[in-house]
Write a protein that binds this ligand. Sequence first.
Ligand code: HEM
Length: 469
Amino acid sequence: LESVRKPKNYPPGPKWLPFFGCNFTMKKFSKEYGSQWKALSELRKLYSTDVLGLKLGKELVVVFFGEENIRRMFLDKEFEGRPDTFFARLRCLGTRSGITFTDGQVWKTQRAFTVKNLRNVGFVKTLMEKEIQTETCNFIKCITEKDGHSIHLRNIIAKAVLNVLWKYVAGENIKEEGLEHMLDLFNSRSKAFVMAGGWLNLMPWCRYLFPDWTGYNIIKNLNKELSYLIEEIIQKHKSNLIEGKDFIYSYLDEIDASEDFTEEQLKVICMDLIIAGSQTTSNALLFAFLAALKHPDMQDKVYDEIDRVIGDRLPCWSDNYSLIYTSAFLLEVQRYFTIAPLVGPRRVLFDTYVDGYFIPKETTVMSSIGDLHMDPAIWDQPNEFNPERFIDDTGALKNSEHVYTFGLGRRRCPGDSLGKSFLFIAFVGVIQKFKVVCANGVLPSDEPIIGLLASPKPFQTEFILRKKA
Ligand code: HEM
């Protein structure tokens, strides 16, 4: 009986069943509405609340909606933790280490060191811009070689992003062999999982009976392949076989200097950066090309601006200050196709209240950025794709503070500068040279596939050279 009794003044939500909590309701709604995020949105409407209270298995889970509540999750100290679940440990090679799934002193120390040292090796400086420009040129070469034939962009973009990330972390380009397979694993992982960890968190033992259905095999395989690549590159660093400075060298130096730094931590941080940075960034760029395809008039406007302001030279990040329409277009891409519609999970560090509802210590909290980006209280006609909403009467950018692509506060995305510059430089670089049109005249759908992240349904594109040499 105790397991179905809600704490006093707990946020409204579906009834709880013994042992399962609301898992069956979530399953039913997710099936009906196509994703966990959409299911939560519907439940929010059903219970007319901006704070939705659930129990998934044994775990208390609360979902925040609305800008005020979501800002509280980002900014208030009590929401700074991360849950310690079976799912999280599985992702971190059986440990509680790294940045994404830790909290407290470990998280603070590892995050601060990582951010500082990535910066020291050129991350967020002009060097990073150079890497992105190089990958953009490779991408353009790849398109040119196709000579007008249609292209599946997904793997080309994903490879370019992984190359930049791997360069910072490991000092070299990622190995070609096995890359396609790794990208497939990333995709299956995103489709198979939901933020709260699904059945694996509820009944970890069911991985023995249903290793495929629970998604256990996907995570295990991805971990195996990624950690093999990472172990191999760490060994190469230890034998001084990699030239130049990079993150792994800085970390290995620190292992000698302080006991808070271990090789196991290093491995998980590398995984954190690759897993959190690759699909997010490549999906954002894919959505940008999808939007350009679907709105040829806007694409022409972007091209005219690029042609007028920077002409034929290679774009750089600071061009975003002068390419106002292009920046507004890319902001609208981030609003309309929210890459991470559900942000979190966070662990509540002490009892607290939100909107007058009681949220006990150890509750898991998530925030629905996807709904916030479609909130009619903030956005006029949110279901329309319209870059102009980000431009004021004087021609300057406005409203970008209501776009929460990278979160906010102390757990804000540490890769935001790479994500933003990659999206901007690669998109501008390609549109500067090619008109993006849909292959076979079939316009792809802009309804995303939603798993852990949102990604576009597979689509093919043709690139037509704008100016002949
Ligand atoms: C368009 C691309 C990206 C998007 C949309 C994105 C989104 C986010 C968001 C919303 C968070 C905050 C999670 C929270 O508040 O609980 C986050 C955290 C994180 N991101 Fe990104 N990200 C992107 C690119 C990257 C890149 C390129 C990297 C790596 C270089 C990266 C590494 C991380 C890490 C390690 C965290 C965890 C931070 C922590 O828990 O302290 N992300 N990301």
